[in-house]
Design a protein around this ligand. Structure first.
Ligand SMILES: [Fe+2]
Length: 296
């Protein structure tokens, strides 16, 4: 029998609900306090390690087995011209084996140049050549990793290429036969770059919504400059923008394979993380009440 494709694997995963994206190295919020004192305040954790796989074993051991989790890796640079070096792939395999997540999130961005980390997301170039290289990379990664990847649309501060982001995501998910994370703030960042900041749903008809397995929301601010506006992720250090919440309300009823909604809360106090989770849970209950009922 053929091995199920990455998309088939995530499509049959359980609904996780509304969870928090936390960095295991952060003390704000402290995931241990959230688990110990506020376990009912979130359904699952999305675990970030800043791409680290050498110093995480003890930290992962502090996440009890009964806390559902997903894993957010960093360092595979899947939209680069070539496959990344072996180290981050081996690191991803190790962290997947330790955490046993149903899927692993990776940004559609390049964050390393010639082996050096750049504290910037070079987002996918939206062209057919870039799409082909990205599909080749993701297929090569899937041939080596244990668990399926969910590529995530990265934040845009500038756009190169003439393909619409939603078309790029659809083509990528079909050709690599994988699911997607749709980061709603990052989608708005793209709209701002292409002069559609006031029309956040522009071009959404080009996105195959059946491929969206997870949504991301995060605090952000928008900076004005002479050429327009730029979206900046603040994660837990700021409020979730109304544009992201509008996208959430519009899209929730249209995502048949949605399994998880993650609020990225690095830099938040524990209370703020829980408040943002409650805010999003309220939206979900109001606009797609049966979805949370599916949670196992
Ligand atoms: Fe995200």
């Amino acid at each position: 029998m053929n091995k199920p494709s990455p998309f088939q694997r995530v499509k049959t995963a359980p609904v996780l609900g509304v969870g928090l994206g936390i960095d295991v190295f952060d003390t704000r919020p402290d995931f241990r306090k959230l688990i110990k004192q506020q376990r009912t305040g979130f359904d699952f954790l999305e675990v970030y390690t800043r791409g680290n796989w050498r110093d995480v074993r003890q930290l992962f051991a502090q996440i009890p087995a009964d806390v559902p989790r997903t894993y957010h890796h960093e360092g595979l640079d899947p939209v680069g011209p070539h496959i990344c070096p072996d180290d981050p792939i081996e690191g991803c395999i190790q962290n997947q084996r330790l955490l046993q997540p149903p899927w692993t999130v990776e940004e559609l961005a390049v964050r390393h140049i010639d082996g050096r980390y750049t504290d910037f997301f070079f987002p996918a170039i939206l062209s057919t050549d870039s799409l082909k290289a990205s599909v080749d990379n993701i297929n090569a990664l899937h041939a080596r990793l244990d668990g399926p990847l969910l590529p995530e649309n990265a934040p845009y501060e500038f756009v190169v290429g003439d393909m619409h982001l939603c078309e790029f995501l659809t083509e990528l998910s079909h050709r690599a036969d994988c699911g997607l994370v749709l980061d709603l703030g990052h989608l708005w960042s793209y709209q701002l770059c292409v002069g559609r900041g006031d029309d956040v749903l522009h071009g959404i008809d080009k996105l195959d919504l059946t491929r969206v397995i997870e949504l991301h929301l995060a605090g952000a601010r928008v900076e004005k400059y002479s050429g327009g506006r730029i979206y900046r992720d603040l994660h837990g250090a700021g409020p979730i923008p109304p544009q992201s919440l509008l996208l959430l309300r519009e899209l929730l009823p249209k995502l048949p394979n949605l399994k998880a909604v993650t609020i990225e809360v690095e830099d938040a106090t524990e209370q703020r993380a829980l408040d943002q989770c409650q805010q999003v849970r309220d939206e979900v209950r109001k606009h797609q009440p049966q979805w949370l009922a599916e949670k196992s």
